[in-house]
Design a protein around this ligand. Structure first.
Ligand SMILES: Nc1ncnc2c1ncn2[C@@H]1O[C@H](COP(=O)(O)OP(=O)(O)O)[C@@H](O)[C@H]1O
Ligand SMILES: [Mg+2]
Length: 267
């Protein structure tokens, strides 16, 4: 396993501020994009000891690029967070963006670790330096596992139960809501759904905004219930949310939960 490094002020940042000015097609505003190229990701990952080789790009999303890498012959995934925001923000807070990318990578690493320790099916986190994190490769050989969205499931009922049960573990043991749970962020591998992509997870603790927790929980569960409707499965979102709230609510947050229940019961 490679060493994990978090916010080490003595380490030079991986972000070398290669900014390009581009036009945002939709809004017409100029946006600053900092792309991580394959060769840059390779040299950073090797320098940081996160991987011993990078094979190919897996995907380039809005905020992150993913690569299939290797650690001494074993396939792993390298996720690189990129700079991306509007020129308005960059004028005011341009210096802040690299810290934000590091924070996203650190957050995803921490949440993955908490979920993994709680026993959830997630890619085991391996390391994190600056805006890069590495994790277990979910797939066979160098072929990544498909997303649940692209699969036809044979036993939808038991898969639905597995997802809800594992999400309940995330909520009640790791104390996080995923915040972006959908069939896009579940991989189908070895007969079960694996949870990925959790930089926007939200901690459910003494300091949280419980209203926000319930909002995210409802949205995540609704996405899963909606997906399984195409298999003819009918499930009640509110009942599932209540099951979660019945398992865990931080002591000082009960008031917000009662408020939610009383609002819901009004016609
Ligand atoms: N650990 C992994 N193993 C295999 N494939 C992965 C892994 N993590 C992500 N992927 C693939 O990369 C895609 C994008 O990853 P994700 O973390 O969801 O980033 P994004 O923020 O771009 O959606 C996923 O839909 C999945 O196909
Ligand atoms: Mg995703």
């Amino acid at each position: 396993m490679c060493p994990v490094e978090k916010f080490n002020p003595h380490k030079t940042s991986a972000l070398k501020f290669k900014r390009e000015r581009e036009r945002d097609g939709r809004s017409g505003r100029s946006v600053a994009i900092r792309e991580v190229t394959l060769s840059e990701a390779r040299s950073d990952a090797l320098e940081f000891g996160l991987a011993t080789d990078i094979f190919m790009q897996l995907k380039s999303g809005k905020e992150a690029s993913l690569y299939i890498a290797s650690w001494r012959g074993h396939p792993i995934v390298l996720k690189a967070y990129r700079f991306w925001h509007t020129s308005h923000a960059s004028k005011k807070r341009g210096w802040f963006a690299p810290a934000r990318m590091e924070a996203l990578a650190a957050k995803e690493y921490d949440v993955l670790m908490a979920a993994f320790r709680a026993g959830m099916p997630v890619p085991t986190p391996i390391g994190r330096v600056a805006n890069y994190l590495t994790m277990r490769f979910i797939g066979d050989g160098l072929v990544p596992a498909p997303r649940l969205k692209d699969m036809v499931i044979e036993k939808p009922e038991s898969v639905f139960e597995q997802i809800v049960d594992d999400y309940l573990t995330m909520y009640s043991v790791a104390h996080y809501v995923h915040g972006d749970l959908s069939p896009y962020n579940l991989l189908w591998w070895r007969g079960k759904a694996w949870f990925i992509d959790m930089p926007q997870a939200y901690a459910v603790d003494t300091w949280c905004n419980m209203k926000r927790v319930i909002f995210l929980l409802e949205r995540d569960i609704r996405n899963i219930v909606a997906y399984f409707e195409k298999y003819g499965l009918i499930a009640n979102v509110e009942e599932i949310v209540d099951r979660f709230l019945g398992c865990y609510v931080p002591e000082n947050q009960m008031r917000a939960v009662h408020l939610y229940w009383s609002k819901r019961s009004r016609p």
